[in-house]
Design a protein around this ligand. Structure first.
Ligand code: ADP
Ligand code: MG
Length: 967
């Protein structure tokens, strides 16, 4: 035994050159099983006959961006949930059985995760036989009448087959029958295991159309299991000990002379019917189940391989017996493989030993995957990488299917349930890749050279002979046939005379006998001559017939080969085109992928663009707002500066006028000195006084106010009243030169003296010195302070004068105050340019005469005056000022207004800027005061007099914020 176990000497490597003939891609089919429960989530749909679509289940995110994507996979054919076993068989397995009977090898395997229906597809379920029983049924339906007697074919232990004569086969049969336990099952359907009886109850009687009837056939089956990378023979007749079961012996793989791999010492059972074959299979199946249970193995982790071998050899020329030539025997095999579950180890929660086993199983499938990948790469890119078949028993066993020739088909089984999504995806990817691998197409075996139709002719001849013999009434049996024929033949001869010699001298009997015998001899000779002649004639006829048949055959063969050549050419063209299609499809796929990527990029860029343009729009609108605000500010500032400029110009003019006036005065004095010496002495002091005053005054009204001065001077109405240090003129006033004023004054002096001389004198006595100075200065300057008579002439003039000397002086007493016994009467001066404000507190003066412009008439009737003045505050709000004053009758009979209060009504925005002109602010900007002044100046056309030292409180300020009004 040791010698037998020794390593096989390595044969010189005679590498078979790669088959140059046509190749076929591995046929990959997909079968989708129905969901086990209706409420299960489904993730696979059959799109059409060749495409399935798989999509991630709910809540499953495939890509980082959370996109939900379906994937489509195309196969040679896709079987939906409603496709029955027969249809799968017809498409996938039938061609393999046809090939098997034509002497070609085939491999069919089912691939998928556990529970996806691999076993259901391969073996079937009770009442619904799978591919395996259907294959067996088709084989036996096809070769049934042409089967050899048992043991005519004998498999050797080197994956070869021998043929033995009928006698040897008979002897072996007898030997087996003599054995106590029958080695092969009975094959009787009635005694079959009810467990599988309905699985092989195939009704369709499928068979191969063209079976070579001049051959005899024998079927051998073997059943192995590959578990944990060990090969076990499931048909081995080893007594199984229930108490302490021995682990089964694993088998090794060898390569035969045709480079096919085989399991050494594997039991191969010759079977003569479907039932018998399936019974053998079932026996192996049972053994597998028992082993799994007893050795605590996971059945889904083993690969089971059922091998059907078909031996065939031609009949001899007579069509009677098998040709006893080994070279004429063809042995083809069909392997049906139910692969282990392709799921990853963690899915089944295998532990310890099982995990290791599972790892190995995965290793086998991984190796299968790698082999397919390398093969594909070699074929696609012309590389010559070594395919690692030897890395696992599974791939090693089927090496020659991929390397050599044969037809390989795979059924990918998938369960559409959502839990299997990831595994199914892996399965689909592998399957799609597998169909890119090509396998050399098996060639037709050569013809044996004997006349076809031998079996039929032999049969027909026998039948005919039997019929004829029957007609003659003779026995149908062959041996007695001959006897009776000779008897019949002898009966036709003349009867022999009696050859009994009666005495010694009998000279009649012998000569008579001799004569009869000679006659018979002659007859026989004649007959044999005729027979020979007939035979010759028949032979020639036969030969002629044969030669005509042969010539016809040759002709047909020629035609056939021609046609075959054309077909081969067309097939090659077809293949080329198919390859081209495949390449183009691959390209299309790549392009589609690229397009998808670009589209995604485009989408992203568009989004970016949109967000940027939005941002830009926002910025533009911001800019517009800012511009508008800036324009407003610019306009405001421009206005302010224009006013400021005007004011400065006016001040400068005043200063220049003052200087001019001083010069004039000096000139006058000089003139007086020159023209009137001595006699005008009484007026001198006054002139000198006057001359001194203007010098003083020229200082006080200094019309070029530094801005800081202004800020402190006119902060609010209170300051306006209590600290009015500003001395200014309106624009209209600026055109009047100081000199002309002096001239005017001088012209008026007589009337002054005339009309108000006494009162003037009286008042001078009454008033304090400062007050007198004040009035004098007024008079000197010819302003319209004291007489209404001047008012009409200087209607456009406004002068607010304040002298330092007047500040502490009591109010002017020169003017008459109206009696208030009849109640106060108001002149409500509202310039028409005022805008209505929506303030809640509207000023209302009862019994007032409302005027749009200052009117002397109205002033004469009233004793109170109020000017409503509006201006734009620095914060952009309208500020309304009610400038109030008392009306006095002047000595000259005119009216004078003495302003006493300023009431400010102002609106504020709750969200607006901080008011700079708020009364609490001690330093309001100069512009506010400025505009107050300028506007008052322009609007008030009557004389205004400030009551110097007025102790009136600040004007009321109404703060309201209902609306922000646009100026
Ligand atoms: P696997 O061999 O892949 O582990 P099975 O063939 O044992 O899976 O199938 C598991 C179960 O699913 C079995 O009960 C089987 O009857 C059922 N099944 C599988 N495929 C189909 C199908 N196409 N139609 C009906 N039932 C199926
Ligand atoms: Mg299974």
């Amino acid at each position: 035994m040791k010698a037998a176990r020794a390593k096989t000497p390595r044969r010189p490597a005679l590498k078979k050159p790669p088959a140059p003939g046509p190749k076929d891609p591995v046929g990959v089919y997909c079968r989708v099983r129905p969901l086990s429960r209706q409420d299960q989530e489904c993730c696979i749909e059959v799109i059409n006959e060749t495409t399935v679509q798989i999509h991630p289940p709910d809540g499953y995110r495939v890509f980082r961006n959370g996109e939900y994507r379906e994937t489509q996979y195309s196969f040679k054919e896709v079987f939906g949930t409603l496709v029955v076993q027969k249809d799968v068989f017809d498409v996938v397995a039938k061609p393999l059985v046809e090939d098997l009977i034509r002497g070609k090898n085939g491999l069919l395997f089912t691939y998928g995760v556990t529970g996806s229906g691999k076993t259901h597809t391969m073996t079937g379920s009770p009442g619904d036989g799978g591919l395996l029983p259907r294959c067996l049924d088709m084989i036996f339906n096809s070769i049934g009448p042409f089967q050899a007697k048992r043991f005519v074919f004998k498999l050797d232990d080197k994956n070869g087959v021998d043929v033995q004569c009928e006698v040897d086969a008979l002897l072996e049969r007898q030997k087996r029958d003599a054995m106590p336990v029958p080695k092969t099952p009975s094959g009787n359907r009635r005694q079959m295991d009810p467990e599988f009886a309905d699985m092989i109850n195939v009704q369709d009687h499928c068979k191969v159309d063209e079976v070579d009837e001049d051959n005899v056939y024998s079927v051998f089956v073997s059943y192995i299991e590959i578990y944990n990378n060990y090969i076990y023979d499931l048909l081995e007749e080893a007594p199984f000990e229930l108490i302490k079961p021995k682990p089964p012996q694993s088998k090794i793989l060898r390569e035969d002379q045709n480079h096919n791999m085989y399991v050494t010492g594997c039991t191969e059972v010759e079977v003569k019917s479907t039932e018998e074959a399936f019974e053998v299979f079932w026996k192996g199946q049972k053994k597998r189940r028992i082993a799994n249970t007893q050795l605590n193995r996971e059945s889904s982790r083993s690969h089971s391989v059922f091998i059907i071998k078909l031996a065939q050899a031609p009949l001899d020329a007579d069509g009677d017996n098998v040709l006893q030539e080994k070279e004429q025997i063809t042995l083809s095999q069909l392997s049906l493989v139910d692969l282990a579950g392709s799921e990853r180890t963690n899915r089944t929660k295998a532990e310890g030993n099982r995990l290791r086993e599972a790892g190995n199983i995965n290793q086998s499938l991984m190796t299968l995957r790698t082999c397919i990948e390398v093969l594909r790469e070699n074929q696609m890119y012309g590389t010559n990488k070594m395919v690692p078949y030897r890395d696992s028993k599974l791939t090693h066993l089927f090496k020659n299917y991929f390397d050599g020739e044969g037809k390989v088909r795979m059924i990918v089984c998938v369960n559409p349930k959502a839990e299997d999504y990831e595994e199914s995806l892996q399965v689909m990817r592998f399957a799609e890749m597998t169909q890119e691998v090509e396998v050399a197409r098996p060639v037709d075996r050569p013809l044996c050279g004997l006349t076809p139709g031998r079996r039929f002719r032999n049969q027909a001849f026998r039948e005919e002979l039997a019929r004829k013999l029957e007609m003659r009434g003779g026995p149908v049996n062959g041996e007695t046939e001959e006897q009776s024929a000779s008897e019949i033949f002898l009966q036709n001869f003349p009867p022999l005379p009696s050859c009994e010699l009666l005495d010694l001298n009998d000279d009649q009997t012998l000569p008579k006998l001799i004569e009869v015998l000679e006659k018979r001899h002659k007859l026989r000779q004649m007959l044999s001559e005729e027979f020979a002649k007939n035979v010759l004639a028949f032979k020639t006829t036969l030969q002629e017939f044969d030669s005509s048949v042969i010539s016809k055959e040759n002709y047909i063969q020629g035609k056939l080969s021609e046609k075959e050549k054309t077909i081969a050419g067309q097939k090659m063209e077809l293949e080329r085109l198919e390859k081209k299609i495949k390449t183009l499809e691959y390209k299309i796929e790549i392009l589609e992928k690229t397009a998808t990527i670009y589209e995604e990029d485009k989408r992203n860029l568009q989004q970016e663009l949109e967000s940027k343009s939005q941002k830009l729009q926002r910025q533009a609108s911001d800019k517009r707002r800012l511009e508008a605000r800036l324009q407003g500010m610019v306009a405001e500032t421009t206005m302010k500066w224009e006013k400021e400029c005007e004011r400065r110009v006016a001040a400068k003019q005043l200063e220049m006028q003052n200087k001019l006036w001083v010069k004039d005065e000096k000139l006058k004095q000089l003139k007086a000195i020159v023209t009137e010496p001595k006699n005008e002495k009484p007026e001198r002091p006054s002139r000198e006084r006057d001359r001194e005053k203007p010098v003083q005054r020229s200082v006080s009204p200094s019309p070029v106010p530094p801005s800081s001065n202004l800020i402190t001077q006119v902060p609010s109405s209170q300051r306006f009243v209590s600290n009015p240090q500003v001395h200014r003129r309106s624009n209209s006033c600026s055109s009047i030169s100081v000199a002309s004023c002096v001239m005017e004054w001088e012209q008026k002096t007589p009337s002054h003296k005339h009309t108000g001389g006494t009162s003037n004198a009286r008042s001078r006595q009454q008033e304090p010195e400062q007050s007198r100075d004040y009035n004098t200065s007024d008079r000197r300057r010819g302003m319209c302070w004291t007489g209404v008579t001047e008012v009409p002439r200087r209607r456009d003039e406004l002068e607010i004068e304040e002298d330092q000397c007047c500040r502490n002086a009591p109010p002017v007493r020169l003017r008459h105050r109206r009696s208030r016994s009849a109640g106060e009467r108001w002149v409500d001066h509202k310039p028409p340019s005022n805008l209505p404000t929506d303030t809640v507190m509207q000023p209302h003066v009862p019994h007032a005469i409302t005027v749009a412009a200052a009117s002397e008439k109205a002033l004469a009737k009233c004793d109170k005056y109020m000017l409503t003045h509006q201006e734009l505050a620095s914060d952009g709000e309208i500020e309304t000022k009610l400038i109030k004053g008392d009306v006095f009758k002047t000595r000259g009979g005119g009216q004078a207004v003495q302003f006493t209060e300023i009431e400010t009504l102002k609106q504020e925005s709750p969200t607006g800027r901080k008011r700079r002109s708020s009364p609490s602010n001690p330093d309001p900007p100069e512009d506010a005061a400025d505009s107050e002044w300028t506007d008052v100046e322009t609007r008030c056309s009557v004389a205004v007099e400030m009551r110097a030292g007025s102790a009136l409180g600040p004007g009321y300020q109404h703060h309201a914020q209902p609306k922000r009004r646009k100026p």
